[in-house]
Write a protein that binds this ligand. Structure first.
Ligand code: ADP
Ligand code: MG
Length: 340
């Protein structure tokens, strides 16, 4: 006899859903930082202990969460960023699924401290395995602090798959560097086991963020890019041909402020170096693409690192000719115009 078909218990369904959003400490950090940026933070601090497995703390000076909405924020599909199906076509925030906080809370012990400008007193809320333990008024600075402890304490199967703390910590650090580069207007601090390892000035200049993240010597090997196509603007920095490296570690692409992985963008970048660099060496880049929200679908994958462009050719050309012109200084493309 086949087993009876049954709708899953909500708690089990939550744990399964959580596993898709929260893969490892770095995915928690990504969601929390994106929430902070969406909340308008100018300064944010990411702190981890034991690679993020023991503790992750993200503190921001953004708008905060009103007291009466603190618990709602942790419900699945609860978001302040999306209302209608039409909104999906033009998303202006990094988050929109309303899944992250619910997923993180389902597989850890969470403390929230938050205050909005409208209130003198903030809120402290604690949850364990997604269940609310307590909510109290609390004096706290403007903005939000989220503390995530004991990640995957209640999902041993997942816990087993975590790498050593050092490897998880390294993944978090790489991610924070990427996020800092994608938001030069936000000052990022990263503290690992009590030691500060990164601080970006948040002055809005990509060059300043690049300098802080890569260090002086490496930053000097980059040259600015500025390209403009019909529906795409490309700005940022790419390696000088002589400063290409043995791996693609330093390729960072951002579409409308969101870190993305894209074969199309990688191919466009590397095509521009054809015949200019040594075989087996790869250019580094920090390229920010601004694409009309209606020309790009970020809704492809839950982790949202993949994008689909409506007009791939235009995007490819925008990057290719933008980079080529930066490397050569004179190349022009008939349909693409470049600022100096
Ligand atoms: P999403 O970001 O997709 O909306 P989340 O589960 O990440 O979903 O967050 C749920 C809601 O909680 C957000 O829509 C936002 O209103 C609020 N929120 C989360 N983090 C913060 C933060 N750091 N500052 C202010 N509001 C926040
Ligand atoms: Mg979010």
């Amino acid at each position: 006899m086949p087993n009876q078909i049954q709708v899953l218990d909500p708690h089990v369904a939550d744990l399964i859903a959580a596993g898709e959003v929260v893969e490892r400490p770095a995915s928690v950090v990504k969601e929390l930082v994106e929430n902070a940026v969406d909340a308008g933070a100018h300064t944010l601090t990411v702190e981890i202990q034991r690679g993020g497995m023991a503790m992750i703390r993200v503190t921001d000076d953004g708008g905060g969460i009103p007291t009466d909405q603190c618990q709602t924020a942790f419900l699945r599909h609860a978001t302040s960023k999306l209302r209608t199906a039409q909104d999906l076509a033009a998303i202006g925030t990094l988050g929109f699924r309303g899944e992250a906080l619910a997923a993180i809370a389902a597989v850890s012990r969470v403390e929230l401290f938050t205050r909005t400008a409208q209130c003198d007193l903030g809120t402290s809320l604690t949850l364990e395995g997604g269940q609310v333990l307590s909510q109290e008024p609390a004096g706290c600075p403007l903005g939000t602090t989220l503390v995530v402890r004991d990640l995957f304490y209640n999902t041993p199967a997942r816990l087993k798959f975590m790498k050593r703390d050092a490897a998880e910590g390294a993944a978090v650090f790489a991610l924070v560097q990427k996020l800092a580069l994608s938001h030069p207007g936000v000052s990022f601090q990263f503290i690992r086991d009590g030691k500060r390892e990164l601080m970006t000035p948040g002055d809005g200049k990509l060059s300043s963020a690049l300098y802080a993240v890569l260090g002086r010597d490496m930053a000097l090997g980059f040259t600015p890019v500025r390209g403009e196509g019909e529906d795409v603007t490309v700005t940022g920095f790419v390696s000088l041909p002589a400063c290409c490296r043995g791996s693609r570690t330093y390729q960072h692409f951002f579409v409308n402020g969101r870190p993305v992985k894209s074969k199309l963008l990688m191919a466009a970048l590397e095509r521009a170096y054809e015949n200019q660099k040594m075989v087996g060496k790869f250019p580094g880049c920090v390229l920010q693409l601004q694409v009309k929200a209606s020309q790009v679908d970020v809704n492809v994958h839950p982790a949202k690192t993949e994008v689909k462009f409506l007009h791939e050719r235009q995007v490819f050309d925008g990057v290719y000719y933008g980079v080529l012109s930066a490397l050569q200084g004179e190349t022009r493309h008939p349909t693409v115009t470049f600022a100096p």
